[in-house]
Design a protein around this ligand. Sequence first.
Ligand code: SF4
Length: 70
Amino acid sequence: MNKTLEVRKNFCPQNHPCPAVRVCPTGALIQKGYAAPEVNPDLCTGCGKCVRQCFPGALRLVDAARANAA
Ligand code: SF4
């Protein structure tokens, strides 16, 4: 995998069931209550389906090398 999913919690209103959780084909996204979702990097394939569901832009794929350096 060369992309890593980044959750930018400050972009998430954290007041609704996250629609991105339902579309993840691997169960990599978990939401506790209405909090911003968390990603399990071991399950995430970087497919980007969740990114397209998140209209506030709280989910984005970044280069894995960049994410590891952050
Ligand atoms: S990028 Fe794909 S596999 Fe990773 S959390 Fe989003 S929907 Fe799931």
